[in-house]
Design a protein around this ligand. Structure first.
Ligand SMILES: Cc1cc2nc3c(=O)[nH]c(=O)nc-3n(C[C@H](O)[C@H](O)[C@H](O)COP(=O)(O)OP(=O)(O)OC[C@H]3O[C@@H](n4cnc5c(N)ncnc54)[C@H](O)[C@@H]3O)c2cc1C
Ligand SMILES: NC(=O)c1ccc[n+]([C@@H]2O[C@H](COP(=O)([O-])OP(=O)(O)OC[C@H]3O[C@@H](n4cnc5c(N)ncnc54)[C@H](OP(=O)(O)O)[C@@H]3O)[C@@H](O)[C@H]2O)c1
Length: 469
């Protein structure tokens, strides 16, 4: 019998989870299908594959990653740890709970470094179109090799979409914004807060991007930071110089009017207004059309496209859990493809979707959402051989993390958590996050005697010269 052919589109953490899932079955002696993974960037890692570029990349493609130079994990790493490749295994010693971007890229990369997964990935190759052929029950996938600018098409039995959903910015408009004399950018294009030093900065939005870019701006010496919320304020105990106001009503020159009648002057605006699901390589019958939430419609068990169960999505949900959720999804999809798990009938799938949709519609607070996602992952793991882990303890970590942020949004990244996979307590990072100005892997893993700022403050001459300037 001819081998099945599987296309994976995207080699971010979700696409890599799929490669790892098949690899682990192969290592255990199973025959696996022929796999081709298309990745439009030159390397894997998805969002974690940082680029200094904004807008259009070297191939004329929209830049994918929304990450910035000084991005650190915004939740404890103990909540995202792979169940079958732990931080202890990768780093050989405890590391802190909130590593910077480069350290997490290294962890993701390390899991596959000694495998043959790279041979299955066609880099600098963008999926252009996916066509389902009813007569043959196959998909024609058309891709472009971005280096040679040639397109080609191949047939696949199944397609796994793993292209993420935080790459196409949602950019609202506000009355008068066209004449705002300062800078206006979306978080997707934000690369570092240094340029916000001494600026009066407005973040529009009240979720993770607004919170973290706001705090980054504060850290880098912004004169003031204001966050503007539409639905609900973050409500942290903000330090002096940071505040939250309701939605922007209109802008006149540098003055921004808020709907509660307050007016402030700004030099820079950063739209932290989220992202849209967009799949330009899919016909509308196969594409998710959903806001960013934990249960996007149209998917059985959050991964199987109900209208065509040979098309799968990984990582399409809003994310409390990340890497280990992508693994749970990938292992389940792999087992469907390998025939180890039966796909229920269309009616049974619809009933399953219906019951989870009902529970989703009844979620009333953040803790409910986290528990919902934990139960969702449990349901997937129970249907595959991915190692089950203590999801309830991870829920507790998420709840404690929320509390840490509410207490002090500037210091929560200095807190330590215990791994539910290994029992290891995380290390204390050598430098408090607010003082750490070097986000590199090398610096993170080093053990300096003093941090740079402490050193500077100890050095009278330098201190004097800073004062003089
Ligand atoms: C600013 C930001 C910060 C974040 N911080 C954290 C954090 O601290 N902790 C955490 O756990 N999660 C964080 N996340 C969540 C992040 O979404 C996940 O960690 C993870 O990267 C999602 O993996 P993914 O593979 O589903 O998608 P992505 O990481 O987005 O990867 C998708 C891949 O698909 C490729 N691709 C896209 N279109 C095509 C195409 N047409 N053809 C071929 N390839 C294509 C892209 O190049 C990319 O490599 C953050 C997200 C953002 C946006
Ligand atoms: N590691 C890090 O430090 C870090 C930093 C940034 C982002 N991230 C990750 O990036 C992902 C995306 O986060 P995100 O904050 O960019 O997106 P998000 O969580 O989807 O939040 C979007 C925000 O934009 C607001 N918004 C949307 N349209 C608006 C409008 N027209 N006017 C005013 N406000 C509007 C939303 O308000 P409503 O609530 O009213 O809808 C919401 O507050 C998350 O997974 C997050 O974890 C991580």
């Amino acid at each position: 019998m001819q081998k099945q052919r599987i296309a994976i589109i995207g080699a971010g953490p979700s696409g890599l989870a799929a490669l790892r899932a098949f690899e682990s079955a192969e290592r255990a002696g199973a025959a696996i299908p022929e796999i081709v993974c298309y990745e439009k960037q030159d390397d894997w890692g998805g969002q974690w594959n940082y680029s200094w570029r904004t807008g259009i990349d070297q191939y004329g493609e929209p830049v994918h990653s929304s990450m910035y130079r000084n991005l650190w994990s915004n939740a404890p790493k103990e909540a995202l740890e792979f169940a079958e490749y732990t931080f202890d295994k990768h780093f050989g010693r405890p590391i802190s709970s909130y590593p910077p971007r480069e350290v997490l890229w290294d962890y993701i990369d390390g899991r596959l470094r000694s495998s043959n997964a790279r041979d299955k990935v066609q880099f600098a190759t963008a999926a252009r179109w996916v066509q389902y052929n009813e007569a043959t029950d196959t998909f024609t996938v058309t891709v472009e090799d971005l280096k040679t600018r040639t397109t080609s098409s191949s047939e696949f039995d199944r397609v796994i979409v793993a292209t993420g959903h935080f790459a196409y910015p949602n950019v609202p408009s506000f009355e008068g914004i066209e004449t705002f004399p300062g800078s206006v950018e979306h978080a997707h294009d934000f690369r570092g807060a240094e340029m916000l030093a001494d600026k009066r900065v407005l973040m529009i939005g009240s979720s993770y991007s607004a919170e973290d870019i706001g705090v980054q701006a504060y850290k880098m010496g912004a004169r003031s930071v204001t966050l503007s919320y539409r639905s609900k304020a973050l409500g942290h105990d903000w330090p002096q110089g940071m505040e939250e106001l309701p939605l922007v009503q209109r802008i006149e020159g540098n003055s921004v009017h808020f709907i509660n009648g307050e007016v402030r002057e700004f030099d820079s605006i950063v739209m932290c207004t989220g992202y849209i699901h967009k799949y330009p390589f899919l016909p509308s019958q196969l594409a998710i059309d959903s806001p960013n939430n934990v249960y996007p419609s149209g998917l059985y068990r959050g991964v199987v496209w109900q209208e065509n169960p040979k098309l799968y999505y990984l990582g399409a949900q809003d994310q409390w859990f990340t890497f280990n959720m992508f693994d749970a999804q990938a292992w389940y999809v792999r087992d469907l493809i390998l025939g180890r798990t039966a796909l229920p009938s269309v009616q049974d799938r619809a009933a399953h979707i219906e019951s989870w949709s009902k529970r989703f519609s009844e979620l009333s607070c953040v803790d409910d959402e986290v528990r919902f996602q934990a139960d969702y992952i449990r349901d997937l793991i129970e249907n595959s051989d991915y190692p089950m882990f203590d999801l309830d303890s991870v829920v507790e970590i998420f709840i404690a993390w929320q509390r840490d942020k509410a207490e002090n949004v500037l210091t929560y990244r200095d807190k330590q958590y215990r791994s539910v996979m290994t029992g290891t307590m995380s290390a204390r990072h050598h430098t408090p996050w607010m003082r750490e100005l070097d986000d590199s892997l090398q610096r993170y893993l080093s053990q300096p005697e003093k941090d740079e700022i402490a050193k500077m403050l100890d050095d009278e001459d330098v201190t004097e010269s800073i004062r003089a300037n």
